[in-house]
Design a binder for this molecule. Structure first.
Ligand SMILES: Nc1ncnc2c1ncn2[C@@H]1O[C@H](COP(=O)(O)OP(=O)(O)OP(=O)(O)O)[C@@H](O)[C@H]1O
Length: 347
């Protein structure tokens, strides 16, 4: 009886899958694909009574980072894989859900949200409640390594070991998955943001040049590399001279960026090694055969597959569309909501 009622309403609802990333949030509507793919940034304006109002969310808000006047704050509410600002995270989730769902819509959707593995129970509850406040009928949470593995097309339900490394903005999440469950997982707070920060520090020390996080991210994407390249890449970067205070520019090479990122990349490799060390022998055998799959934006760092492969002595592959893997996996989990092992969800 209740199942019937659920299905009747389910037929009208646009169920949603949300990849709530620290760098990017993606929303996928069941049967329609990805509807939103925007930075997890919210610009807040504080009025003269001290009340906060959303000015912009997503790309528009990211464009304001580092450029806002006093009464506007561009906030990244999720940092280092944790919720740094509950209130703004809630506002962001509600904004995205309402944006795809439309206010007039009669339906109240089921929502699957993928969250970083390291979230506390309090943070999980906050994520769920914000989706419920935005009109969700049911909210299910799925762990990031599981969603990444599903999205990368790994046979997660089979009785064999699959190893996925998801390198996002705030966290690198490593998971060994077998029979639809996470057997071993590890989350470290070293990923894209820390790489950007290490580039800011390096450029400051080496060239006395002050650059912002956004410029550092551009350098990482444009010329960053984990391995020595046959032909070095060079670009010009502008910033403020720390000593003179003047605006100036310097030439930076891919070798500089490799040096800047070396320590953080080593930490990612160490985390992967430690997961491999803990993997039960039978599953390890499968991984030796199937290799390691990289997802998340960090998978796109030049030569990272080779770099990790040389260290762990295993084949390392980059998933197709690594930036979309978690969202796609969350979408598949949504499709299979009624079928998937309940253990994969936390509801
Ligand atoms: N081509 C590229 N080369 C290197 N890094 C990239 C590239 N494209 C995106 N990134 C980085 O990937 C990160 C964002 O990845 P992704 O969207 O997978 O993270 P997220 O899911 O939002 O974060 P998290 O998994 O920590 O919650 C950013 O740090 C971004 O700079």
């Amino acid at each position: 009886m209740f199942g019937f009622v659920k299905n009747i309403f389910g037929a009208f609802s646009k169920d949603l899958a949300i990849d709530l990333g620290t760098a990017n949030t993606l929303v996928l509507v069941k049967g329609q694909g990805i509807s939103i793919n925007e930075p997890s940034v919210v610009a807040i304006q504080v009025d003269k009574h001290g009340q906060e109002h959303i000015l912009a969310v997503g790309q528009e808000a990211k464009n304001m980072v580092g450029k806002t006047p006093g009464n506007i704050k561009a906030i990244r509410p999720m940092k280092d894989g944790v919720i740094a600002d509950f209130h703004v995270t809630e506002m962001m989730i509600e904004y995205f859900i309402r944006k795809v769902h439309g206010r007039k819509s009669f339906s109240s959707p089921r929502v699957v949200i993928c969250v970083p593995y390291g979230l506390t129970q309090v943070e999980r509850k906050a994520v769920k409640e914000s989706a419920l406040n935005a009109g969700a009928r049911y909210v299910y949470l799925i762990e990031e390594p599981m969603a990444a593995a599903i999205g990368a097309g790994l046979p997660v339900k089979d009785p064999q070991g699959n190893l996925v490394v998801d390198i996002g903005g705030g966290t690198t999440e490593i998971g060994v998955i077998s029979l639809g469950g996470l057997v071993i997982s590890k989350s470290i707070r070293v990923a894209g943001d820390k790489l950007d920060a290490s580039i800011v520090d390096y450029v400051k020390k080496k060239f006395n040049l002050l650059i912002g996080d956004r410029v550092a991210e551009e350098l990482k994407i444009k010329i960053g590399t984990a391995i020595k390249l046959d032909e070095e890449l060079i670009t010009t970067v502008r910033g403020r001279d720390q000593v003179e205070g003047t605006l100036t520019s310097v030439e930076i090479t891919s070798e500089h960026i490799r040096e800047a990122m070396a320590e953080q990349l080593k930490q990612i490799a160490e985390a992967l090694k430690s997961v491999l060390e803990q993997t039960p022998p039978d599953l390890a055998g499968d991984i030796v055969e199937n290799g390691v799959v990289l997802t998340g934006g960090g998978a796109l760092i030049r030569g990272l597959d080779k770099y990790l492969s040389d260290i762990v002595k295993l084949p390392v592959y980059i998933a197709e569309d690594p930036l979309l893997a978690v969202a796609k996996g969350t979408g598949k989990a949504l499709d299979e909501l009624d079928l998937l092992q309940q253990a994969a969800f936390d509801d």
